[in-house]
Design a protein around this ligand. Structure first.
Ligand SMILES: Nc1nc2c(c(=O)[nH]1)N[C@H]1C(S)=C(S)[C@@H](COP(=O)(O)OP(=O)(O)OC[C@H]3O[C@@H](n4cnc5c(=O)[nH]c(N)nc54)[C@H](O)[C@@H]3O)O[C@H]1N2
Ligand SMILES: Nc1nc2c(c(=O)[nH]1)N[C@H]1C(S)=C(S)[C@@H](COP(=O)(O)OP(=O)(O)OC[C@H]3O[C@@H](n4cnc5c(=O)[nH]c(N)nc54)[C@H](O)[C@@H]3O)O[C@H]1N2
Ligand SMILES: [Mo]
Length: 757
């Protein structure tokens, strides 16, 4: 059977023990240049970079960090990893039908993720049918006909699953969900389910909106910025510019992370002379090296100490919050010493942190996957909210919540309807504007979708972007789920492992990316996206598409809807694909905050969507910001077991591997490594670079990730780290965050088994 995991060969590890304390600077510039000009001719590279993140230009397809509202640097409003993302998409390399003739699926599956990505852009629709070994060319009409036949033959629309990754534009996503609801299901799992779902759930419950409350302007006014479970130097490098500015304005920065991440330590801004030729700016004032999943314990200890020493904003609490009394009652039972011991934080650092919080109230808390991918993630994020509420640090300038989103339009996709649990208000807006009754019953999220396919309750899997197989937990189980399908369809820009582990019949539909010019009947189109701070902006490609056979995402969805539903509804699907302004017109009618969409998005740098918590307006069940009681339970780890987090290296975007280095952590030319504390290595009798298998036994099933190299690293005792997606095979599908169902990718209980010889 075709292997679902990347090959287990080692590539030749080099470890640099003495790493720099400064992120970016010249090494980042050199790396950007190497990636961009290594992938495409100079003119194409320059044209792309000059348009990146400029008003009316291309919205960078990498992370969701916002662009400055006002002035943007004419040269270089992007970062090293944005440049890598662009190089990956705008490359002139092509995976044409000839390529697919040359390599069987099994042969491709034996190659590394890096190799798959290096084959270039997908250029033609391809199909593989039962019993075949190779993909072959298919026409678009035939492909749409094939999907329509399978979808219309299902016993119920709920036997189909429609996944979305977070790069799709508002236009594509809105049309996609409209089609899926008209078809008759809410089976809309998306990458959010594995990402910031815990943030959405926690913030909706407590503050009435599942999004962050701050803007870039707040960073300039903040007194304290806390960064929890986030590695911005790699994953949101442009955030460092905001942190540098904040720092210059006097803000104190606190980092809470099991690793000393270079990007949190210091920054050499490539847009300033000082950054290029000077010492750079050191960023973090207080660095708490927390034990994996110790955050809830630490936050509870902080809340208790703030209450005990009466450093709380009583007036704010009185006027703006509910459930305070119950919160206080439960807090009395907590023991600070025990909580700190569980978190692995010293008393000295704890008190230093508490004093910073007690003496200031313009506090921003930022977080990412280090908080969202644990069993207690929703509770942890609710405790972040408790802390901010105690200090009155929400709904005012320089303060608030900042869940830093991942994919560049993951937030926008949700806003325009990519959700498996639509609200009643959303459903009635659809009904009113499109004259059909959308399904009311909730659909599958990612983990439920995998189960449904495994049990053959779902038979057709369609993905608008992403790499479902490799991004999902429990790789072997997920692979079987996909193999069980009658039909799997991937709308993609680049080759990935989800094309190789597929249903009885499988299709690859090549689409335009953010950088590509999108010409339709009414002329050149632009699309819109929403960043992590709720700004909607336009994005317009500038490059000639590599192949005439690629279609845009909105056009693919429109043609699919037309093929499946024809004229069953009062919806003129194909007209949407001829002019995306028509889609925006309907978004404006259906979704709150998009009034005058077309006009506003054409003015300057975009517009802000309404944000209740930002204005101190909380649409919760009590009409106020809610305190919550969150109980702390330490994850049980037996002797010989470790708590393992799966993290991103500096040379990847999720499952796309740009290169084999993790420069800031001093790792070169290898991804199959496991970071381990030298004391633990000594205890286990491991020498540097010994080889191990990693084992998880959750729920009585054994999962093994074979062949990893043990690397000594400054990580808390009892903790390990590996890279995603190589270690996803170990993440149990059944281990999920309470309340959000996010797989617990940051707290996997494992043991190691030394490979002899
Ligand atoms: N270049 C690049 N940019 C990206 C991405 C990419 O892959 N590459 N991915 C995008 C996406 S989709 C996302 S969601 C974001 C992800 O951005 P991040 O969340 O920064 O990504 P991770 O590598 O998962 O890093 C998690 C961080 O949390 C820490 N951590 C792990 N467990 C814990 C814990 O229990 N407590 C605390 N306090 N910290 C912990 C890790 O040490 C690490 O520093 O980045 C986006 N941007
Ligand atoms: N163990 C572990 N697992 C994780 C995580 C973790 O931290 N640890 N993180 C989780 C997180 S935060 C996320 S967001 C998910 C990511 O899950 P996904 O979003 O599913 O995965 P990506 O790797 O971002 O998807 C990459 C593919 O998207 C396609 N693509 C790129 N651009 C476009 C485009 O413009 N249009 C279309 N149609 N396709 C495009 C390309 O073919 C590329 O191969 O993974 C999750 N999985
Ligand atoms: Mo993400």
């Amino acid at each position: 059977m075709t292997s679902a995991q990347p090959p287990k060969d080692f590539t030749g590890l080099k470890q640099e023990l003495d790493t720099s304390q400064m992120a970016v600077g010249w090494p980042a510039i050199l790396s950007s240049v190497k990636h961009v000009f290594g992938a495409m001719p100079v003119r194409r590279g320059v044209k792309t970079l000059l348009n990146l993140n400029q008003k009316g230009g291309i919205d960078c397809p990498s992370c969701a960090w916002p662009d400055p509202d006002e002035h943007r640097s004419g040269l270089g409003e992007y970062c090293e990893n944005g440049a890598k993302a662009i190089a990956d998409e705008a490359t002139t390399r092509k995976a044409t039908p000839v390529f697919f003739q040359r390599y069987s699926v099994a042969e491709m599956a034996a190659k590394s993720d890096y190799w798959l990505g290096q084959q270039g852009r997908l250029t033609h629709p391809m199909v593989i049918r039962e019993g075949q070994t190779h993909y072959e060319k298919i026409s678009w009409d035939e492909a749409f006909g094939l999907i329509a036949k399978e979808l219309n033959a299902l016993a119920s629309p709920d036997e189909a699953i429609f996944y979305t990754s977070g790069r799709s534009s508002n236009e594509a996503a809105f049309l996609y969900q409209l089609f899926i609801r008209a078809f008759g299901t809410n089976n809309l799992p998306d990458c959010s389910n594995m990402c910031h779902e815990s943030s959405g759930v926690a913030l909706t419950e407590t503050l009435g909106l599942g999004k962050g409350s701050v803007t870039l302007h707040d960073f300039e006014k903040a007194e304290v910025i806390v960064i929890m479970g986030q590695n911005p130097g790699t994953n949101h490098p442009r955030m460092l510019t905001s942190l540098e500015k904040a720092k210059k304005n006097g803000a104190k920065i606190v980092a809470i992370n099991p690793l000393f991440e270079t990007g949190l330590l210091g920054f050499k801004n490539p847009q300033t002379m000082e950054g290029l030729f000077g010492k750079g700016t050191s960023l973090t004032d207080l660095y708490l090296q927390i034990r994996i999943n110790g955050d809830l314990a630490l936050l509870k200890a902080i809340c208790k100490q703030l209450v005990d020493q009466k450093s709380v904003d009583n007036e704010f609490i009185q006027n703006n919050t509910s459930d305070y009394h119950e919160f206080l009652q439960k807090l009395k039972q907590e023991n600070i010493e025990q909580l700190l011991a569980d978190a692995g934080i010293s008393n000295v650092q704890f008190h230093e942190f508490v004093q910073l919080l007690a003496n200031n109230s313009k506090i921003i808390v930022c977080w990412a996957m280090g908080l969202t991918q644990h069993k207690n993630s929703v509770a942890t994020i609710q405790e972040v909210v408790n802390l901010l509420l105690l200090r009155g640090a929400i709904g005012k300038e320089g303060a608030g919540t900042c869940p830093v989103r991942g994919h560049s339009n993951v937030q926008g996709d949700r806003t325009v309807g990519i959700m498996h649990k639509p609200s009643a208000a959303f459903n009635s807006a659809i009904e009113k504007n499109f004259r059909f009754t959308p399904p009311q019953q909730h659909g599958y999220d990612v983990v439920e979708a995998i189960e449904a396919m495994h049990e053959q309750k779902a038979k057709v899997f369609f993905a608008l972007g992403g790499n479902f197989l490799s991004a999902s937990p429990d790789t072997e189980y997920t692979a079987q789920a996909l193999r069980n399908c009658k039909l799997t369809v991937q709308v993609s820009t680049k080759l990935n492992r989800s094309h190789l582990i597929h249903g009885k019949t499988a299709l690859i539909l090549p689409c335009l990316g953010r950088t590509d010019k999108d010409l339709q009947k009414s002329g050149q189109q632009f699309v819109t996206t929403e960043n992590s701070m709720g700004v909607v902006q336009k994005s317009k490609g500038v490059l000639e598409p590599l192949s005439e056979a690629m279609m845009s995402e909105p056009a693919i969805v429109a043609h699919l809807a037309h093929a499946v539903l024809g004229n069953k509804h009062h919806i003129k699907w194909l007209e949407y694909s001829e002019n995306y302004a028509l889609i925006r017109e309907d978004i404006a009618k259906t979704i709150e905050g998009f009034k005058d969409y077309e006009q506003k998005v054409n003015e300057g740098g975009g517009f802000y969507l309404p944000n209740g918590p930002r204005e101190g307006n909380f649409k919760t069940s009590t009409g106020k910001a809610k305190f919550t009681v969150n109980s702390w339970e330490k994850i049980e780890v037996k002797k010989g077991e470790y708590l393992m987090m799966t993290i991103r290296s500096h040379d990847q975007f999720n499952t796309t591997v740009y290169g084999l280095d993790d420069r800031y952590r001093g790792i070169f030319n290898e991804r199959r490594i496991v970071f381990m504390n030298p004391n633990d290595m000594f205890k286990e009798n491991y020498k540097n670079y010994d080889k191990v298998d990693i084992i998880n036994e959750f729920g009585g099933n054994q999962r093994v990730a074979q062949s990893f190299i043990v690397v000594p690293y400054n990580i808390p005792k009892g903790c390990l780290a590996t890279y995603f997606p190589e270690a996803n095979v170990l993440i149990p599908l059944q281990s999920r965050a309470d309340g959000s169902q996010t797989p617990t990718s940051k707290s996997v209980v494992v043991r190691l088994c030394k490979i002899k010889g």
